[in-house]
Design a protein around this ligand. Sequence first.
Ligand code: AMP
Ligand code: MN
Ligand code: MN
Ligand code: MN
Length: 278
Amino acid sequence: MNINVDLHSHSVVSDGVLAPAELAARAHANGVQLWALTDHDELSGVAEARQAAVSLGMSHVSGVEVSVTWGRQTIHVLGLGVDEADPGLNAGLAEIRAGRIVRAKEMADRLEAMGVPDSYDGAMKFAGNPLLISRTHFARFLVEQGYCKNMQVVFDKYLGENKPANVKVHWSTLEQAVGWIVGAGGRAAIAHPGRYNYSAMQFDALFDEFKELGGTAIEVITGSHTPAQYVQYADVARRYGFLASCGSDFHSPAEARLDLGELPSLPSDLTPVWHDWI
Ligand code: AMP
Ligand code: MN
Ligand code: MN
Ligand code: MN
């Protein structure tokens, strides 16, 4: 039986634009049967998400997307099925969040030097949760002010990996992130691997290390992947024996490449990360 599953989405608790309950309603209206809210580095939306899902008769999995630095780049690791009250996970996420305000001020300084004044306050106006101020909020400000015509241009010119206004921080290590997630009873999944700029050797090292640390899943279908990357990362799942995950990575109706619930099915020979959850 094919069920409609979407295990990656963002609310105003991080860099999405809808409340957790609004996302639940949108997911349900789009036919989603099993859904996870996965805000960046923050679990405080999960209770509202669960309550809204349950009242709609939609199955729900708790989730979070953890920021990690690996090989001098930022990668994201999804924690699915975690106990959102787990003290170790919450302490770890609090540590990650602590660096965001300082980093945002430095990004604003860099943008100012490049001729874009007042971006700290401008970005903050888009942030539902000041402690989760992110590049996405800066990107929305730059688009609103007419500096760039869309978010993709902002990341390509200013805020993407190795672009001039992207201030690098050390998030968590892969070992910490996987440890917190597994310690909280969850499954760790490498999010949107197709977005990372690693060599083939680095990718192999990442997957080996992730598996060794207790990581068990990989996102195969996501709004960040092309159809060719669905095939490529399905193959990685087979080679490494990873469970396969899928999620839209929905942030906003205006920005979505894939809406909630609009995902193609996983290849039928893969074991879904949710195989024993419903
Ligand atoms: P941060 O956590 O502050 O580093 O911001 C990362 C967020 O920026 C991601 O979660 C995405 O929502 C967004 N992002 C990163 N790269 C892109 C991109 N190329 N296009 C659009 N949004 C992006
Ligand atoms: Mn995001
Ligand atoms: Mn991500
Ligand atoms: Mn995401």
